[in-house]
Design a protein around this ligand. Structure first.
Ligand code: DC
Length: 221
């Protein structure tokens, strides 16, 4: 049986950084489910669909074939065969992913893909509904959060390092809005699974969080 680690939490909590560190240390596969929702959002944006057009999202999402692969340990997301890693990290795509992900057609398709991956391989999977819906039997579940101001500051620094012009206040406003959208949607909202361990990373380094999760895994193994 495969060993599954589920990491859920709001935007900018450090899920992907920590999940990648754990995957590297344990030799597991890292599955970034947000990237799949982002690839779907990219397809919808390219097709000119607006986030408010619910019916159109349901129709159009059927045309998008999303799959993932790995190159040098890095997850690659393919949208209808095209490597779209270079296009999915913008705020526009992130906001569209948050707006389109509540749609049942979108979720059904991507959850199925995620469950297939985890059934045959040891994975560290991060997202919003991994511990609650995608992998309810995951051996280790973590709900990773941090103060919204800390999360905004982290994202601001990340963008600044990349040379992208940004505004801290706007980033925090975006993060708070995205949290609200992800936490209040009807289908698979972001909530802490009853059996998930709550980790607040506001005053922790990524290495400290990763070590804490690895210690939890050792206990369960
Ligand atoms: O983690 P991220 O910022 O890349 O995710 C983008 C959006 O995708 C997020 O705001 C909500 C959605 N998402 C989701 O609904 N379920 C997941 N398991 C992962 C992401």
């Amino acid at each position: 049986m495969s060993f599954n680690i589920a990491i859920d939490g709001p935007a900018g909590a450090g899920k992907s950084t920590i999940a990648k560190m754990i995957a590297k240390k344990l030799g597991y596969i890292y599955v970034d489910t947000g990237a799949m929702y982002r690839a779907m959002a990219l397809y919808l944006l390219r097709e000119g669909v607006a986030s408010s057009e619910k019916e159109k999202i349901g129709e159009k999402c059927k045309e998008a074939d999303i799959s993932i692969g790995y190159e040098n340990g890095e997850q690659i997301v393919f949208l209808n065969g095209e490597n779209v890693n270079g296009f999915i990290r913008t705020e526009e795509v992130g906001n569209m992913a948050s707006a389109s992900s509540p749609h049942p057609g979108v979720r059904q398709k991507l959850v199925e893909l995620q469950q297939k991956l985890a059934a045959s391989k040891d994975v560290v999977m991060d997202g919003r509904d991994i511990g609650t819906c995608v992998l309810p039997n995951a051996q280790v579940k973590v709900y990773l959060t941090a103060d919204s101001h800390v999360r905004a500051l982290r994202r601001y620094k990340e963008l600044e390092e990349k040379g992208v012009a940004c505004n801290l206040e706007e980033i925090e406003k975006d993060i708070v809005e995205r949290d609200h959208q992800d936490m209040t949607r009807e289908l698979s909202p972001l909530v802490q699974a009853p059996d998930a361990i709550l980790v607040d990373s506001s005053d922790m380094t990524a290495a400290e969080v990763a070590d804490a999760v690895i210690a939890l895994c050792a206990k369960k193994a």
